[in-house]
Design a protein around this ligand. Structure first.
Ligand code: ZN
Ligand code: ZN
Length: 490
């Protein structure tokens, strides 16, 4: 599928009306609707570029105004706004006119990147006895056996000349798979459990077969693109067709291979979602939809008298350490808050001293085949509720006061919170929580919806997690301030 800003996505009342239903109605038939909306979203938006573009359109369709990062503000910023950095990171917020620095901000922060296989800047790969191959590189821990034998689509950002300007367009090949990395059959005698595939020499994707006659050459016109000597010409022509642009105008590619198969609602009673990229398109989706649900509870007049400031913050590159300008270390949140509030450094510190940030990232649901790997009474199960992540060595940031505050929000909204603590003899995973805490000084609470098969190309979670997540994050936006007042400066 191809999309750019001129495309019209269907934000019809059907989708939004599901969000308006009673938040407690998880047992009703609305659960599959929430889950199916999420599955459709992740299928149609396979890369981070697509996801940010989707949220941009969705926020605009729900009354939010776009603020360009590189331009000064020309009007007041009470109301619904959002800003985007390089199409890979996003800050969206609802700010009341009566807000003051001491009211702080309530943030749900999640990472929007997901494991993938990246197209190399030079993807030309010698063909092997007629098989046409592609030069690719892992993004985080993607190129392992879990990524063998899957149907890969290709998608991401294409940069092209438009007059004197360079523009970007998202493309993807869905539903067409263009590549596969085949496993060596067990009959060849390599012990499957011990064989350790070399990522460079044994995991090149096959993209075609031409029986040794793949000597297609670019035309002189196509040769005007700086990419023709860097990627297979057949691939470039395919991409140009997806982008609906002449190859000669295409000057840059930021593409990846992804699982092209659609997710499903599954289990005998539809208890689960089976889908790719749950880590962490799920919490990203929930943060934005939670903010939209919260925003829809206001009329314009309400915002005049509202004294709160609530934010959804999506960052890139968590899976590779966050040390990028679109990652959590890039401090996009800090710069947007400073710009919107015109606060000086001391005033910014005052804001953060009165704030709570939820670091929202999926966590490990209990796996029934490996009970011994979990700490008894400290693991989440599907379809129950958001999980508070706790760790004595603070790989995650949740502290006791944060738990007390979140339990107050949950109790007020009839929501259940679960707990996750890793065993002493296991290693705890990381989140953006510590980065958010050290970048701001704010209290950070690490939370997440539970999933199974984290970092596999295909994962699963409960089908109620989508409805639960939207309800919990919108409840947080609504009630965190009052709950935080009760603990004063603890
Ligand atoms: Zn991850
Ligand atoms: Zn994650």
């Amino acid at each position: 599928m191809i999309s750019d800003t001129s495309d019209v996505l269907d934000f019809s009342d059907t989708e939004l009306s599901t969000l308006d239903e009673s938040e407690a109605e998880f047992e009703s038939s609305s659960t599959p609707d929430y889950a199916q909306d999420y599955i459709d979203f992740t299928y149609s938006n396979p890369t981070t570029f697509h996801v940010i573009e989707y949220f941009k359109k969705k926020l605009i369709a729900n009354g939010f105004t776009y603020i360009k990062e590189g331009e000064p503000l020309t009007e007041g910023t009470s109301g619904l706004f959002f800003s985007i950095r390089s199409n890979l990171s996003l800050v969206a917020f609802v700010k009341g006119k009566k807000w003051t620095y001491q009211k702080g901000v309530g943030v749900v922060a999640g990472h929007v990147d997901s494991l993938a296989i990246k197209l190399k800047p030079v993807s030309l790969h010698k063909s092997i006895d007629g098989y046409e191959m592609l030069g690719v590189a892992p993004y985080s821990g993607s190129m392992n056996k879990l990524w063998l034998d899957r149907d890969f689509g290709i998608g991401g950002a294409v940069y092209y000349k438009s007059g004197e300007d360079i523009k970007m367009k998202t493309i993807d090949s869905t539903p067409h798979p263009i590549a596969k990395i085949p496993k060596l059959a067990e009959h060849f005698g390599l012990d499957d459990k011990l064989a350790n595939y070399n990522e460079e020499t044994q995991m090149a994707p096959i993209i075609g077969y031409s029986n040794g006659h793949s000597m297609e050459k670019p035309t002189p016109e196509e040769g005007k693109s700086p990419l023709v000597d860097k990627h297979p010409i057949k691939l470039l022509r395919y991409l140009a067709k997806l982008a609906n642009k002449p190859l000669a105008d295409i000057v840059g590619l930021d593409l990846e291979l992804y699982d092209v198969q659609k997710g499903h609602i599954g289990g005998l009673n539809n208890e689960f979602i089976f889908a790719p990229r749950i880590d962490d398109r799920l919490c990203s989706y929930l943060a934005i939809l939670g903010l939209i649900r919260f925003a829809k509870s206001f009329s314009d007049e309400d915002l005049e008298s509202y004294d709160g400031f609530n934010i959804a913050y999506l960052v890139n590159n968590e899976e590779i350490g966050s040390l990028t300008r679109t990652g959590a270390h890039g401090k996009f949140l800090n710069s947007v808050i400073a710009k919107v509030t015109q606060a000086n450094e001391s005033e910014l510190n005052l804001i953060f001293a009165n704030s709570i940030i939820l670091s929202a990232d999926v966590t490990h649901a209990f796996n029934p085949n490996f009970k011994e790997c979990y700490l008894d009474k400290n693991f989440p199960i599907p379809n129950v509720g958001l999980t508070l992540k706790v760790d004595s060595n603070q790989h995650v940031m949740t502290d006791t006061v944060g738990i007390v505050v979140m339990e107050q929000v949950a109790a007020k909204n009839d929501l259940v919170l679960q707990r996750f603590h890793i065993r002493n003899d296991s290693r705890s995973g990381g989140t953006i929580g510590p980065i958010m805490a050290t970048n701001t000084g704010s209290r950070v609470v690490d939370v997440g919806l539970p999933q199974l098969s984290m970092h596999s190309i295909r994962a699963m979670c409960g089908s109620k997690e989508v409805a639960l997540g939207i309800a919990t994050f919108s409840a947080f936006y609504k009630d965190w301030r009052q709950a935080y007042n009760s603990v004063e400066d603890l």
